[in-house]
Design a protein around this ligand. Structure first.
Ligand SMILES: [Zn+2]
Length: 199
């Protein structure tokens, strides 16, 4: 049985036995929280449990590495929509130790793409047309630095309201322990102090 069949079989049973009733809520996050986290499979249940987040508590955005790579890309748009349309009041960026994006090698990915039937011609054409494939596929060397950079990018986005703190955390993918890398309240207080000080 293929994965889709397996999912659909489970789904029919799930709906028929009304298991969804325990999870019913609305689209507004009860904790006023938007979370950008890594897509790592170890975090599927661990992340919400370790944060004390239940269904309906937060907007959860996931990608490889918990990264915002472009100020005008879909992740930043999701965070802005969470704030403006869905009442998120605080943002947490949550990366994790032992992240696949810290070891990713663009040339290795491209070698695998070739093995999977993507021709050299296609790769050459992309490069010639100005697509920075290595930049596109690269991860980060240091997870702390990556979280700091992402928090700064989000916090300094021209469309993010000034009263939204952006916290940066790293989660241990086996124990769920959180390390605070960026305390969004401290950052906001420091910004306010700088703005208030006479020139
Ligand atoms: Zn990861």
């Amino acid at each position: 049985m293929g994965m889709l069949d397996e999912i659909l079989t489970h789904n029919a049973e799930y709906v028929a036995t009304r298991q969804y009733e325990a999870l019913q809520t609305d689209k507004f996050p009860d904790k006023g929280l938007a979370v950008l986290a890594c897509m790592d499979a170890r975090l599927v249940e661990l992340l919400p449990q370790a944060l004390g987040i239940r269904n309906g508590d937060a907007k959860l955005i996931k990608n490889a590495g918990a990264l915002v790579t472009a100020p005008w890309g879909s992740v930043m748009r999701s965070l802005l929509v969470a704030v403006y349309a869905l009442r998120a009041e605080e943002i947490c960026v949550i990366a994790h130790y032992d992240c696949g994006m810290s070891a990713i090698d663009p040339s290795e990915i491209l070698a695998q793409a070739r093995q999977r039937g993507i021709s050299d011609d296609v790769i050459r054409t992309l490069r010639v047309s100005g697509i920075d494939l290595d930049g596109f596929l690269k991860g980060f060397a240091n997870v702390e630095e990556s979280v700091r950079n992402t928090c700064t990018l989000v916090r300094q986005h021209p469309l993010l309201p000034r009263d939204v703190p952006v916290h940066g955390l790293i989660i241990d993918p086996s124990t769920g322990r959180l390390d605070t890398i960026v305390n969004g309240y401290t950052v906001m207080a420091a910004e306010n102090a700088t703005e208030a000080s006479p020139q």
